[in-house]
Write a protein that binds this ligand. Sequence first.
Ligand SMILES: [Cu+2]
Length: 341
Amino acid sequence: MVSRRHLLELAGLGSALGGLAALTAGRAEGTGELADRLQNHAGHLMGVVGRVDTRHFDPAAFLRSWNFSLLPEAERARWYRESPRPGGTLLREYDLYAVDREIEIAPGVFFPAWTFAGQVPGPTLRASEGDRVRIRFVNQGSHPHTMHFHGWHPPEMDGSLPGQQVMPGDEFLYEFDAEPFGLHLYHCHAVPLKRHIHKGLYGTFIVDPRPARPPADEMVMVMNGFDTNFDGDNEVYAVNSVAHHHMHEPIRVRVGELVRIYLVNLTEFDPLNSFHLHGMFFEVYRTGTRLTTEEVTDTIMLCQGERAILETRFRYPGRYMFHAHQSEFAELGWMGLFEAV
Ligand SMILES: [Cu+2]
């Protein structure tokens, strides 16, 4: 049996560690103790060698975009439209499709994903409390899929009950009012469920309160994992799919500015995932369904499907590490940096 650690080293993740270990073993032949010490020291060099091609999916851009805001206006209108309704709310219309697509999750490591709109996580959808959400979902994939939203909605919009699977080539119109305000998610609910979610059919659904939360530098972090050899264990972990991406490209934030992180756990197979931020503390709004909180911490643990809004302000300029406090997840890709300026 190949362990997931071994597989990852073969794949090049952790190769900074593996490469140096091989080098030191060669140089220090016959001096086992020295080699051991060097190898242990090399453990500080976590990360990956090489870069993932971000032309199709850029985690840095995904971080701060919702309702297809990345796209030029004309192209955006193809996937997202909003129109006013009586009473001051909006009708928000989306076109989403499921499609099979291979994605790169670490340099040279490709995963045969099932995706919403060709990306993992799927596009972040965002509405305000009381808006009407209408989604035309077209299944262009090779398996039956659905869209199952967390939030209030009638059973016929649940996308999980018998007869609600959308067959390849078919489509379905999901429609409901956006409530309650909070940080929610959507995912495929076809069976086997863990496989359909794990393959990449999930995304974030934010419902803003009215009036909205105070202005902030906002970002969406979806904690996810990838079982690259389909043994029921994840080999690669990340926020927003690309292992160690923000180790190379730190997330830029401003000292003193309110930072709001929409943190969602869509990791399969491992019951828990977590977020830990160095040198700081943050306020936690679990599920985002309240505007006040008394929870202040530097580490938050979320079960599968759980999510929380985190708020903080960086006090000092410089680099701050953030990662899963399951150390193995961190080493397998779930680690990044903020750069406060
Ligand atoms: Cu599915």
